[in-house]
Design a protein around this ligand. Structure first.
Ligand code: SF4
Length: 181
């Protein structure tokens, strides 16, 4: 395993819906469709929202010392909201965990809103004209810490985890052909 591994929010989200997808990404395998989705998200992000909101990168450390990094689409610091822009909801569970991960990084750095309350997150789906509020609960923090430890273990694995048996998530996954040919 790369001793300098830094774990980010997308990887955590992938792991929680499909460890195999996280393993493939850890090995540097990114399918074109995945890159396209990220690029489209950035494009939507750049054209859909208030320019006073800022991109933000946060570094933090997990309880086990693992380096963490969050690259946040847009942060409204005045209102205490982190935004993540997505084009569709097919991977919403992964998206929710990605935003919870960012909220966790802020918490681990002791960053709060001016009144001392925690930041909240928001998933933005501009193509669907829909938003989803994301909050971080204590049980999410516990799960995120366990997930980071699990991703570190995953990075040591020489072979990929098994494919998902329930394929609902696979239908929109760019690795579908790789996994199921
Ligand atoms: S196709 Fe299914 S099993 Fe394969 S990486 Fe994607 S989600 Fe996981």
């Amino acid at each position: 395993m790369n001793p300098n591994i830094r774990i980010g929010g997308m990887l955590v989200g992938y792991y929680l819906v499909c460890p195999r997808k996280a393993w493939l990404s850890l090995r540097g395998i990114w399918m074109e469709q995945e890159s396209d989705a990220v690029a489209l998200g950035r494009l939507l992000d750049q054209h859909s929202y208030d320019r006073s909101e800022k991109h933000l990168t946060i570094d933090a450390e997990a309880p086990d010392g693992t380096a963490l990094v969050g690259k946040i689409d847009r942060a409204n610091l005045r209102n205490g909201v982190l935004h993540e822009t997505k084009k569709g909801r097919s991977c919403e569970e992964a998206h929710l965990w990605q935003v919870r991960f960012y909220l966790w990084l802020l918490l681990r750095n002791g960053v709060t809103r001016p009144d001392g309350s925690p930041f909240r997150g928001q998933l933005d789906y501009p193509l669907l004209r829909r938003t989803e509020t994301v909050l971080l609960a204590p049980e999410h923090e516990t799960q995120l810490a366990a997930t980071v430890a699990a991703v570190r273990e995953l990075a040591r694995q020489e072979t990929p985890p098994a494919r998902l048996t329930k394929r609902a998530f696979c239908i929109k996954c760019a690795f579908d052909e790789l996994c199921y040919g």
